[in-house]
Design a protein around this ligand. Structure first.
Ligand code: ATP
Ligand code: MG
Length: 438
């Protein structure tokens, strides 16, 4: 029968033991990352939230803006064959979280900090660091208006880099900008349109289409032929009023206070329409053109736009594949996830003492893998030791007949000091378990 393959641009995340040609990060790296996320976000008081992967198409059309890359050409939208509803696989997490907050009146008792993590879907051209199903960590602070939370968001990401062993300024760099308020953007927009109209002959097709629908997005163009024209365009920063300016200055002061270096990038505009005031990105040089690892900002209008009582908010999305590719590229140390011990069970060994001993070791907190499962018995000692080595365990526990007769097993070092061995009592397993802890 023909083999089936995953949908193009959608990847399996596999255990480290499974060889793969595409060198994508293995599931051990994912778990290490997720554990770090839980620790770090817990320290900042963020609470876990899960929302559906499928949402009404209208949520993203209203939330993200009609003239965005995502809504124009990247969404996986379909009609529910049962009832005709228009549905979309979520391309990002913010709109769904805001929908949930509005639906459950979640800000009634005050502001809320939440985070989630999971798959997002965008119909893009797959390449390294860009997939059709990818995963994001998404962090949102809803109901907070002040620049203190903008700074906290950025510092939460920095804390995560530190937890993972990434060095800010070297491995990942921070860029920030302010998009001001809608009326400031309108004035800037008029100046922008005037600038691009004068040079209409130099605009590419995308830009010409956006000139009147969404000229700010022209600044985000990746077309090299347009860069000079974009460079000369009027800058939004020059249109900010005193309040927007003060907000931005306060964010900068907070970052300065903790010695976090950043670059103000006046061309940083971000892909979604809903952003205002602070926007930021963490970028790396290590991943080619897929260099943005994390991006976010303030979106004070979105909650009202999705039918909620007006409330400010700020958040960021982090591309997990990109981050783990970066971790791989830098060869950062990651705990292996290997078991502490591997139990070698010669053919004909009675199962009862083996199971009892291994259960006692696991109850004491050890990671123990039992060689198991052969229909004709467990296989030769040689093949079992090969498996033990491949497992990455530091110790082999050998349940030989002589040992069992004496109520013991043989402990054999597989790594450092390989080959060293000694006998240990089965009955007192809980007593010596801690010696094997990695
Ligand atoms: P890009 O400019 O690279 O397309 P974006 O601005 O569309 O990114 P966001 O919508 O801000 O990205 O999503 C936040 C993060 O999610 C990005 O910074 C990136 O790390 C990651 N990301 C976005 N799209 C993809 C994708 N198709 N595959 C893998 N990661 C992605
Ligand atoms: Mg994109």
């Amino acid at each position: 029968m023909d083999k089936l393959s995953a949908v193009k641009g959608m990847n399996d995340i596999l255990p480290a033991a499974v060889p793969r040609t595409d060198k994508l990060p293995d599931s051990n790296l994912w778990q290490w990352f997720e554990d770090a996320v839980r620790r770090v976000l817990g320290r900042y008081g963020y609470q876990y939230i899960l929302t559906p992967i499928v949402e009404p198409t209208q949520l993203f059309v209203r939330g993200l803006g009609e003239v965005t890359d995502i809504v124009e050409k990247e969404m996986y939208s379909f009609t529910d064959a049962m009832n005709g509803d228009r549905l979309t696989l979520r391309p990002e997490a913010t709109a769904g979280i805001v929908r949930a907050m509005v639906e459950h009146n979640a800000l009634y008792n005050g502001p809320l900090r939440v985070w989630t993590l999971g798959p997002m879907f965008r119909h893009e051209r797959p390449q390294k660091g860009r997939y059709r199903q990818f995963h994001q960590l998404d962090v949102e602070a809803l109901g907070y208006a002040g620049p203190d939370v903008d700074a906290e968001m950025i510092l939460t990401a920095r804390a995560l880099w530190r937890e993972l062993g990434l060095v800010e300024g070297t491995h990942v760099r921070l860029e920030i900008n302010s998009l001001g308020q809608p009326e400031e953007r309108r004035e800037h927009r008029a100046a922008l349109v005037a600038h691009f109209e004068v040079h209409a002959d130099q605009l590419d097709e995308d830009a010409r289409r956006r000139l009147h629908s969404n000229p700010l997005r022209i600044l985000d163009s990746k077309n090299p032929a347009m860069q000079a024209l974009i460079e000369q365009a009027p800058q939004l920063m020059d249109f900010l009023g005193p309040q927007s300016r003060a907000h931005f200055d306060a964010v900068r002061a907070a970052l300065d206070a903790v010695g976090l270096a950043y670059r103000v990038n006046p061309r940083l505009v971000r892909g979604m329409d809903y952003y205002n005031l602070t926007v930021f990105e963490w970028v790396t040089d290590q991943l080619g053109s897929q260099g943005t690892v994390c991006g976010g900002g303030r979106y004070d209008g979105l909650i009202a736009q999705l039918g909620g009582k007006p409330a400010p908010a700020v958040g960021f999305g982090l591309g997990i594949e990109r981050l783990l590719l970066l971790v791989q590229a830098l060869a950062l140390p990651v705990p292996s996830g290997a078991p502490d011990a591997y139990a070698v069970v010669p053919p004909g060994t009675p199962l009862a003492p083996v199971v009892a001993t291994l259960e006692a070791l696991r109850a004491a907190g050890l990671r123990v893998v039992q060689h198991a499962g052969g229909a004709d018995g467990p296989g030769s000692m040689k093949s079992q030791f090969k498996r033990a080595d491949a497992s990455g365990a530091r110790w082999a526990l050998v349940f030989g007949a002589d040992e069992l007769a004496a109520g013991e097993l043989t402990l054999k070092a597989l790594r450092d000091g390989g080959g060293a061995q000694e006998r240990l009592p089965l009955a007192g397993a809980a007593g010596w378990a801690s010696r094997l802890q990695g």
